[in-house]
Design a protein around this ligand. Structure first.
Ligand SMILES: [Zn+2]
Length: 243
């Protein structure tokens, strides 16, 4: 059992290894296939209702439809009702999350003419390859794993939604190199993992102090405004300092 936190939603991650017999394995796969088909059907129903009639299908309606489906389709009746209900809850959660990301991206695009994002592909590569500047490799394990992936997936969807809406509204989206953005001082450009004190950023060189996220956001903005790989706070400078 491994404890992990994710935005206050995922508190515990239980890893359970199953050793099913062949018959059990076939049964599990069948459940998986059926619940997957159900998930897609429920999602499609909501999409169709929205596309054709601009109406939303409620979770309650779909719960009732699962009951009807079980009465006529043996394939769905064979699966535990609890599994099907869990599938419906998962869909609700996914839709709620997506709805939230739509609202966040809408609000950002409405309020700002220019939006700067960290390049997520570069961020992933950096994380998998390096630790902190001072102790390479140290943070690799802590930053890897499911939490990271879930967080990145959420950010990836948000980034896509921002791009789509920004294009439509003729807003500018700039993507910058994210390397060490959270360890870089927005005031003097010094890079040090020790400048981070949890939610606060206190520069070990110039004592500039700010909320860690606000400091990182300023660094990201500076990178968008300056030519790449020339500024003190950029990735190449950081690695040279550390070497
Ligand atoms: Zn500083």
């Amino acid at each position: 059992m491994k404890g992990s936190r994710f935005a206050g939603e995922l508190r515990w991650l239980h890893k359970v290894r199953l050793y099913p017999t062949c018959t059990q394995e076939r049964a599990l796969l069948e459940i998986l296939r059926t619940t997957r088909a159900l998930y897609n059907a429920l999602l499609q129903q909501r999409r169709d209702a929205w596309m054709t009639r601009r109406t939303s299908v409620s979770s309650k309606q779909q719960y009732a439809e699962i009951t009807d489906l079980r009465a006529v389709e043996p394939r769905f009746a064979k699966v535990y009702r609890e599994c099907e209900d869990a599938t419906l809850r998962r869909l609700d959660l996914a839709m709620a999350r997506r709805d939230h990301l739509h609202k966040v991206s809408r609000s950002l695009v409405d309020r700002y003419d220019r939006i700067v994002l960290e390049d997520l592909r570069l961020a992933n590569m950096t994380r998998s390859a390096k630790g902190s500047v001072e102790d390479p490799g140290k943070n690799v394990k802590a930053k890897s794993g499911l939490n990271r992936e879930l967080l990145d997936a959420g950010f990836g969807i948000l980034a896509t939604l921002i791009r789509e809406k920004a294009e439509y509204a003729a807003r500018q989206v700039i993507v910058v190199n994210p390397t060490y953005s959270s360890q870089t001082c927005a005031a003097c450009g010094h890079v040090a993992a020790s400048s981070r004190e949890g939610p606060r950023f206190v520069c070990v060189r110039c004592r500039h102090e700010d909320d860690a996220d606000v400091n990182a956001a300023r660094v990201i903005l500076l990178r968008a405004e300056s030519p790449p790989t020339r500024e003190p706070g950029d990735a190449r400078g950081a690695q040279q300092d550390a070497a």
